[in-house]
Design a protein around this ligand. Structure first.
Ligand code: ADP
Ligand code: TZD
Length: 579
């Protein structure tokens, strides 16, 4: 470890100006992170971690300060997804820690690597529940919600703790790791040379995992004998950054594929083998399905009939062996990283061994053409509708995005999510981030901020008005850091829709009311209201042109949208079944 350049005041406060040769826990944390290539920390400061953020900034790590820890945590998770390195979230004790925990759990659910580093209170007070400032047994609280949770109890273990947290977050199935560093450890003064010797840099943090030969042969055999093969690409495939290997496999075999929402753009959505527009038929009729970084969870109907053929056989490519057989028998398990598996499949299949019958192709194309024609009629009707419909605004966004394919999309809501996913095609991998496996609201501004910070590219956050509210205060963060984010709110004045009638004098439970464009003005950004698709397109084009923080509040017909979007069937019916 070298000493602590660029942080004179902090170095002095750590005691090494007066006591040369000494350092403290705060400095050691920063050195451990720097040594392991951490470039950005997302967090909210306070006791006992304010100096960690200050020293990070002074030492050249970028610190992005948020207004709420959930948003900082979601940002760290998105950074993990985009970069394949764990995003770092920094939180204060107890309440700040708990606020961040939602994001840590969500990251773990989505298989995104992140590390939440939290300060915590005095162990001897916490453990006897003597009532310390922000007292909580954070390690125990984190454990059920994280891939792993560790605590550092001595400054000499900080390097080990950081290395262990990063390794765990990013290797195998990625996930969220909690690292607890008590205030006493951050303040512990230790010998600088010993501290330096205690740090290490991870070698190959996420090693490739190569599948066995027999497993590859088995999968090829199964696929080669399929009558109606199908590939499903999931966000694990997008995360793997094995774009070339995936494209190779898809194109050399000619197999049709369906992308899950965050795998859109892995191959361009207008790729001739994409059967996204015949999704239901493809799932129902496929006889051999290869899942690539996609779980057979609720988003895929657990692999059950009638969504799937009861005779369908599954090949599953996943880095996590325990995922296999979680819902259906897996006829050909392919445990390994997506890149290694796809490379092996291409290498070991003989030319022409996997083919796609003309009838299967034709069946899918016919359905696809039919669905596209149906959608075209809906889109045409929406264009002219006044008040504006979701699909009117979304077509305008689609038009502008086609001129700016490098822009990233962040998307949450119910109707705002379903309709944007189906309307807006993606051309590039990992350019779409959304509510993910839990269907969580509140990821919007955090994901958008991390995406802008990590990529330097423009971001369009397409938000339901309810969804936006969960993280809306981060507009201030966007303006403070002057990030190129355009927040487009599809504002139909309610959760799902805004025309519910209240049986009381209070507003109905789903009703909302806001002029969001005024919010961003308070923070120095630019706000607009748009009432027609033409206005939406013009304002979005202008905002992307300036690159300045902008919010466009699209006034949508309150009666447009359906309760719970595409997943209304998950609402309990009860005796009334009135919905
Ligand atoms: P989707 O929601 O898009 O269907 P899921 O989140 O359900 O995708 O599935 C992602 C899967 O990808 C997880 O089971 C995870 O273990 C797996 N995964 C993540 N990274 C890799 C990788 N590098 N190689 C193989 N599998 C991966
Ligand atoms: N809280 C959290 C953290 N996640 C959730 N998914 C919900 C609550 C419940 N919920 C949904 O599942 S979608 C949604 C909520 C509150 C918002 C839908 O309204 P919207 O979108 O305005 O964002 P649309 O376009 O009007 O449907």
């Amino acid at each position: 470890m070298t000493t602590l350049d660029g942080s004179t005041n902090l170095s002095e406060s750590a005691g090494d100006a007066e006591s040369p040769g000494l350092t403290d826990g705060i400095h050691v944390v920063i050195d451990a992170l720097k040594l392991n290539d951490v470039k950005t920390i997302y967090g909210v400061v306070g006791i006992p971690i304010t100096d960690v953020a200050r020293l990070a900034q002074a030492s050249g790590i970028r610190y992005i300060g948020f207004r709420h820890e959930s948003d900082a945590g979601h940002a760290a998770a998105a950074a993990g997804f985009l970069t394949k390195r764990p995003g770092i979230c920094l939180t204060v004790s107890a309440p700040g820690f708990l606020n961040g925990l939602v994001a840590l759990a969500n990251a773990t659910t989505n298989c995104f690597p992140m590390v939440q580093i939290s300060g915590s209170s005095e162990r001897h007070l916490v453990d006897l529940q003597r009532g310390d400032y922000e007292e909580m047994d954070q390690l125990a609280a984190a454990r059920p919600f994280a891939k792993a949770a560790y605590r550092v109890s001595r400054a000499e273990d900080i390097g080990r703790g950081v290395a262990r947290a990063i390794r765990t977050a990013v290797s195998g199935r990625p996930g969220g790791v909690y690292l607890d560093i008590p205030a006493a450890v951050l303040g512990e003064v230790i010998d600088a040379e010993e501290a330096a010797a205690s740090l290490w840099q991870l070698v190959d943090p996420a090693p490739r995992q190569v599948p066995g030969e027999a497993a590859i042969e088995r999968a090829i055999d199964l696929f080669a004998n399929a009558e109606r093969p199908l590939v499903v690409l999931g966000k694990g495939a997008a995360y793997a950054q094995a774009d070339e290997a995936i494209r190779n496999f898809i194109e050399t075999t000619g197999v049709p594929y369906v992308p899950m929402s965050m795998a859109k753009g892995l191959l361009p959505d207008d790729h001739p083998q994409s059967v996204a527009t015949a999704r239901s038929l493809a799932l129902k009729r496929a006889d051999v399905v290869m899942l690539v970084g996609a779980r057979l969870n609720w988003l895929l109907g657990h692999g059950n009939a009638p969504q799937w053929s009861p005779d369908a056989k599954f090949i599953q490519v996943d880095i996590e062996a325990a995922e296999l057989d979680s819902n259906q028998p897996i006829a050909a398990p392919l445990v390994g990283d997506v890149g290694s598996v796809m490379d092996a499949l291409v290498e070991r299949s003989k030319p022409g061994q996997i083919t796609v019958a003309e009838e299967w192709r034709a069946e899918l194309t016919a359905k696809s053409d039919q669905n596209i024609a149906k959608m075209a009629t809906r889109l045409e009707a929406a264009k002219a509708a006044h008040p504006m419909k979701f699909l009117g605004a979304l077509q305008a966004i689609r038009e502008v995005l086609s001129e700016n394919p490098e822009a990233y999309i962040v998307n949450e809501g119910a109707n705002a999510l379903d309709l944007a996913r189906n309307t807006i095609g993606m051309k590039l991998p990992r350019h779409r981030l959304d509510s993910g496996t839990w269907g969580v609201m509140g990821i919007g501004m955090g994901y958008a901020i991390a995406t802008a910070v990590e990529t330097g590219k423009p971001v369009i956050a397409i938000e339901g008005d309810s969804a936006f509210g969960f993280s809306g205060i981060e507009l201030e963060t966007i303006c403070r850091y002057n990030l190129p984010i355009v927040t487009v709110i599809l504002n139909n004045s309610g959760v799902y829709r805004g025309d519910d009638v209240s049986p009381s004098t209070d507003p109905a439970p789903t009703m909302l009311k806001a002029r969001h464009e005024l919010m961003i003005e308070a923070f120095g950004g630019t706000g607009h209201q748009a009432t027609t698709p033409t206005e939406v397109a013009a304002l979005l084009r202008e905002a992307l042109g300036t690159g300045a923080p902008t919010l466009i509040d699209c006034v949508i017909d309150p009666s447009d949208g359906t309760e719970s979007g595409n997943i209304a069937h998950l609402n309990p019916k009860g005796i009334a079944g009135s919905r």
